[in-house]
Design a protein around this ligand. Structure first.
Ligand SMILES: NC(=O)c1ccc[n+]([C@@H]2O[C@H](COP(=O)([O-])OP(=O)(O)OC[C@H]3O[C@@H](n4cnc5c(N)ncnc54)[C@H](OP(=O)(O)O)[C@@H]3O)[C@@H](O)[C@H]2O)c1
Length: 250
């Protein structure tokens, strides 16, 4: 999809992958709607990119609908949506509070669905648009200590795949972007730092390049890094071997 001159809404643009992607989209000539919770960071990014900041907490009921309505009040159409805002939670599942479960599901899964429901009709009417969902390798393989996070990302993944089938031939593209480990504030915020030696975290700038290339190409999915498709393929074709390896490597 041509990016120059298009309006792109990026959720979670105040930090990490979303911020880096917003900068890359601005370089490519997109007009930006920059969503997040942190007003100061959004204002600084808006100043740098010429984008419009939109503050909102997607954990709140109806916030995604409010965000979509605000976006459509400000621009005639939203051409590209990057559903990137997301949160993690790390630890044994039984230690997780009910409120934490609900917050993860609300931000990572319900909010992208509701944002899509609000913005997809305009895209279909114009026969033009691209919906990008930032999922996670955790959603494709499962990860110990991140059961709910992984489930929200698996749900988002399957939602996007189904939507892509529905949207076939309409002019609206749907894609998922599947990161592995990216050097952002995600780990500090989830309550447990990333401590493995491998894989090494990718810089957010590099990941943003891949994400924006995927939008330009209109692709259905992209892993960052690309070799992550290997464990997913092993799990699908040799689940017994995959589980043995997962037990060894964690
Ligand atoms: N980092 C990784 O290794 C990794 C790997 C796989 C997938 N991902 C996914 O990549 C996406 C971006 O994460 P990141 O690594 O860039 O983390 P990050 O630096 O922590 O950024 C998360 C973004 O989401 C926003 N956000 C969080 N909770 C929100 C809420 N309740 N309402 C509205 N916005 C909210 C944050 O806004 P404020 O800062 O304004 O609160 C921030 O802009 C997430 O969906 C994450 O699951 C990350």
């Amino acid at each position: 999809m041509r990016i120059s001159g298009r309006v792109a809404l990026v959720t979670g643009a105040s930090s990490g992958i979303g911020r880096a992607s917003a900068l890359r989209l601005a370089d490519a000539g997109a007009r930006l709607l920059l969503h997040g919770r942190d007003r100061d960071r959004l204002a600084a990014l808006a100043e740098r990119t010429g984008g419009i900041p939109l503050v909102g907490d997607l954990a709140g009921a109806g916030e995604a609908d409010r965000l979509a309505a605000e976006a459509l009040r400000l621009v005639e159409a939203v051409d590209i949506v990057v559903c990137n805002a997301g949160i993690g939670w790390a630890g044994p599942f039984e230690a997780m509070g009910a409120g934490d479960i609900e917050r993860l599901v609300a931000v990572n899964l319900v909010a992208p669905m509701r944002l899509t429901r609000a913005l997809l009709p305009g895209m279909l009417a114009r026969a033009c648009g691209y919906l990008m969902y930032v999922t996670s390798i955790a959603g494709r393989t499962g990860v110990a200590g991140e059961a709910v996070y992984a489930a929200t990302k698996a749900g988002l993944d399957t939602f996007a795949e189904s939507l892509r089938l529905e949207a076939r031939g309409t002019g609206v593209g749907v894609g998922v972007f599947v990161p592995g480990v990216v050097a952002t504030e995600f780990f500090a915020r989830r309550g447990r730092p990333y401590e493995r030696a491998l894989p090494q975290p990718l810089p957010a700038d590099r990941v943003a390049d891949l994400l924006v290339d995927q939008i330009a190409a209109g692709g259905a999915e992209r892993y960052a890094p690309g070799w992550l498709r290997l464990p997913v393929a092993v799990r699908a074709t040799m689940p017994g071997l995959y589980r043995q390896l997962a037990a060894w490597f964690g």
